[in-house]
Design a protein around this ligand. Sequence first.
Ligand SMILES: [Zn+2]
Length: 227
Amino acid sequence: MKVLHHPKRRERAAKLFDERYDSRQGRKIVDSLASGLNTTRKELVQRVDQDVVVSFGMDSMSIPLSTDGNEDRAKAEIEIWQVAEAVLHAESCGYLDDQEWGCLWLGELRLGRNIQNDSVRKRLAAYRAGNSDDRRRRLLQSLGKVYPNTSRCPLVLFQLMPLAVQIVVSIAFDQTDDADSKRKRQAFWLPGIMDCQACHGDVLDNGEKCDVCGNPVWNYRWLMSSD
Ligand SMILES: [Zn+2]
């Protein structure tokens, strides 16, 4: 497979979507998905990497240096998990009709040619095979290999993350009621998220972020408020 740079990947994904669903929404959906999933991935890396160190004031000697290699590994793992989580949600809500097609389509958009890589496909299959608890455990375990301090992150972060990805997908497909119901689920796990004076816990557009609480991936001040 030819290596496609990101804009090309988006173009191709939009075209594939429009062809399959006889739609003209491909570009809008793909851009929104890409933007939302960039935010959730970036913020999650930040929470398991630098934020955990800052929040717990740990001895920096016990912390692996955050090398580019580490960050790349963590990003790739998060992407694989996001693809599984996003496609399962899209299929269960009826936004996509075929999980297999969806995984290749979104996998190619998010991981480029790496989606053809055996190890990536196996990891994606493993995420898809489990239930939501299995997926969460697997993600925690994989991130823990790159960032050992992942285990010190408030567990609620990993309750909120799958829902954050599901919200990104619902927003991209313009299904705000589905997104709102997932936000209510997040508020069940962390009621404090509705108290932010800046965003009031509202569902934001994909790519947006609340500077006060971190919505859609809450910062440690908020994550710790349930403890
Ligand atoms: Zn906020």
